[in-house]
Design a protein around this ligand. Structure first.
Ligand SMILES: Nc1ncnc2c1ncn2[C@@H]1O[C@H](COP(=O)(O)OP(=O)(O)O)[C@@H](O)[C@H]1O
Ligand code: SF4
Ligand SMILES: [Mg+2]
Length: 349
């Protein structure tokens, strides 16, 4: 839903990684168009799911928001303040309010530090001294994330994968953030413990009122977590909507394809055969993305117009306010007979 006063306001956000080549002078010979003109907002306390296949630019987006990466173009506003190119010093007060949880709980924790040290690290760096001391605060945080406060002096290798991700959550909470970017926080975990960690994040989001950008590669994980969902394809948002609208009335062909791959929770034998769209072919290279609509090389509806005109992200006819779709020929709500195969055309020139 659009809001005049969002917590995070991203506009035209772009990241092109230069490709260097040539000898003896190394020149820029091309660019990986990892993120190409994103517009979205996150409201205070809200959770936005960011979904798309591997390589579509999700992590880059997360790193741009948290300013671990410098944008090529566009703006990032946090609480009205333009932080797009803010210096380290200018960023300092904001840095503590925006935290990141990473995909790999093994790689993101220093193996030589105790849990107490890891979680109190951000407080030390930012010179934050909570009432009762840092150790007391760390023990509280351990309790919040469902770990034993007595394990304060243990090292990361003494914990399971799920527990390590809980340590990552505790560390992110140490500075009482207003926004957490969680980059595939459960993708590296056993399926059996993914739900537990998602539940923990949901509890944190609801009880502490923290806004989330929850990054995932499929729509199943974010379904119950996100109030709104944005679907990305090859560096662009192709559809964004409230959860009910996105799952109930997907208008972009790619969203439909992704949804058709989500397993049903229950099997109802009387239910009509469910639409299955199998996408054929690989995602094209972001170095040389297709002209016009970037999804056109895998879209079964592509026309000449799709090759020449990039579809803008707009409220398509029949969409509720805030439900935006980037497609010249949005899907209708009519059920489509199963199965349906996407055509596999040549990669774009
Ligand atoms: N530092 C980098 N230098 C060059 N290319 C990069 C860099 N980081 C990411 N990319 C490329 O940008 C694209 C998007 O990557 P990424 O944001 O990691 O996608 P995702 O998280 O959705 O899998 C990929 O093609 C990736 O190879
Ligand atoms: S704009 Fe064209 S190619 Fe792109 S999704 Fe819509 S119908 Fe398919
Ligand atoms: Mg990623």
């Amino acid at each position: 839903m659009s809001n005049t006063n969002p917590l995070l306001d991203v506009s035209g956000l772009t990241k092109h990684f230069p490709i260097k080549g040539g000898f003896p002078i190394r020149r820029t010979v091309g660019a990986v168009q990892a993120v190409d003109g994103l517009d979205f907002q996150v409201n205070e306390g809200e959770s936005l799911g960011l979904v798309g296949e591997s390589g579509c630019g999700k992590s880059t987006t997360g790193r741009l928001i948290t300013r671990l990466l410098e944008p090529t173009a566009g703006t990032v506003r946090y609480r009205g303040q333009d932080i797009t190119h803010a210096s380290r010093r200018e960023l300092a007060p904001v840095r503590s309010e925006i935290q990141m949880i990473f995909q790999d709980p093994y790689a993101s924790l220093n193996p030589r530090q105790t849990v107490g040290k890891i979680i109190s690290g951000p407080m030390e760096i930012n010179d934050i001294n909570p009432a009762g001391g840092r150790e007391k605060r760390v023990r509280e945080l351990l309790e919040i994330v469902g770990l034993n406060p007595e394990h304060y002096n243990r090292f990361p290798h003494e914990f399971s994968g799920g527990q390590r991700q809980r340590i990552g959550v505790a560390r992110a909470l140490a500075l009482e953030p207003k926004l957490i970017v969680a980059d595939e926080p459960v993708s590296a975990l056993d399926v059996s413990i993914q739900a537990q960690v998602v539940n923990l994040l949901q509890k944190v989001q609801q009880e502490l009122g923290i806004a989330f950008v929850f990054i995932a590669h499929d729509l199943a994980i974010v379904r119950h977590f996100s109030q709104r969902v944005a679907v990305m394809y090859l560096g662009r948002i192709v559809e964004i909507a409230d959860r009910e609208d996105l799952y109930g009335n997907p208008r972009h062909p790619y969203t439909r394809a992704l949804l058709s791959a989500v397993p049903e929770a229950t099997v109802d034998e009387d239910a009509p055969a469910r639409e299955r769209i199998r996408l054929v072919g690989d995602v094209p290279s972001p170095i040389n993305p297709p002209t016009g609509c970037r999804f056109r090389t895998r879209c079964w509806k592509a026309t000449e117009k799709c090759a020449t005109e990039a579809p803008p992200l707009v409220q398509a006819e029949g969409n509720k306010p805030g439900h935006l779709t980037a497609c010249h020929y949005p899907e209708t709500a009519d059920p489509i007979p199963a199965p349906r195969l996407a055509k596999n055309t040549e990669a774009a020139a």
